[in-house]
Design a protein around this ligand. Structure first.
Ligand code: NAP
Length: 241
């Protein structure tokens, strides 16, 4: 039985990734932080694809919770192997640097950068031992070019890009690949408050992206077919540079 762990799988891009990985035959571990109803909805959609869905609730920025929950699952399922990890959990807390609180800085880095570190560390050993693994990190255009009002978010995502490239080189010989996808503007709860009509004029494709357009790329990077792709950042942004 092959398993995929998707952080932030209850809603948005994470939910679309869960469903598409399920359609590839993966049993899905759906991580989320608080939204039980949306997580259960994702689980139902995953199960409709004919595989199992397991809800695994923890805050990815909480080192003890991550370690405890993943160790608990591994101990209860000694013969099951997490082949695919998608580090998708993330939050925005936008403000200009001069107004930024320590909490806004720490929360955003906690979810994306520390979350990447804690969760990846917890599953990496299993992948190395099995000599197979696919890690896909969901970063952002903000982490590539930097966005005003998003110093915290840009730093967090740029940090994950650096970590992706470094880790890819550490584990390449063990047949574990590590890649990132960098979406631009995608229609989810996270972008609900943005002025889509104005912002889309800046995008060469003149529209926001759909969650499935991100999930399809993630599923490719998570597949055996992407065997020689590692350390890459794939941009999914409708041409916005
Ligand atoms: P979303 O709709 O707001 O969903 C966020 C997901 O992350 C939810 O499942 C949420 O769980 C989970 N989450 C947040 N903080 C968490 C934590 N500390 N621990 C565990 N789970 C946590 O966001 P989205 O738009 O799908 O974004 C998904 C990823 O894509 C994020 O990393 C985001 O930065 C990135 N991204 C998004 C866009 C975009 O335009 N939407 C663009 C570039 C990059 P709950 O449901 O329990 O709250």
């Amino acid at each position: 039985m092959k398993f995929a762990l998707v952080t932030g799988g209850s809603r948005g891009i994470g939910r679309a990734i869960c469903i598409k990985l399920a359609k590839q035959g993966y049993h899905i571990l759906i991580n989320y932080r608080s939204n039980d109803a949306e997580a259960q909805r994702t689980a139902q959609l995953v199960e409709e694809c004919g595989v199992t869905a397991t809800l695994i609730k923890f805050d990815v920025s909480d080192k003890e919770a991550v370690t405890q929950q993943i160790e608990k699952w591994t101990a209860a399922n000694p013969h099951k192997h997490i082949e695919v990890l998608v580090n998708n959990a993330g939050i925005r807390q936008d403000t200009l640097m001069i107004w930024m609180t320590d909490e806004q800085w720490q929360d955003v880095l906690g979810a994306s950068l520390n979350g990447f570190y804690f969760v990846t560390r917890a599953v990496l050993n299993g992948m190395i031992t099995k000599r197979y693994g696919r890690i896909v990190n969901v970063v952002s255009l903000s982490g590539v070019k930097g966005m005003p009002g998003q110093v915290n978010y840009s730093a967090a995502k740029a940090g994950v890009i650096g970590a992706t490239k470094a880790l890819a080189q550490e584990v390449a010989r063990r047949n574990v690949t590590v890649n990132a996808v960098a979406p631009g503007f995608i229609k989810t709860d996270m972008t609900h408050d943005l002025k889509e009509d104005e912002l889309k004029k800046m995008i060469p494709m003149q529209r926001f992206g759909e969650v499935d357009e991100v999930a399809d790329v993630v599923v490719f990077l998570a597949s055996p077919q992407a065997s020689y792709v590692t350390g890459s950042v794939i941009h999914i942004n409708g041409g916005l540079l």
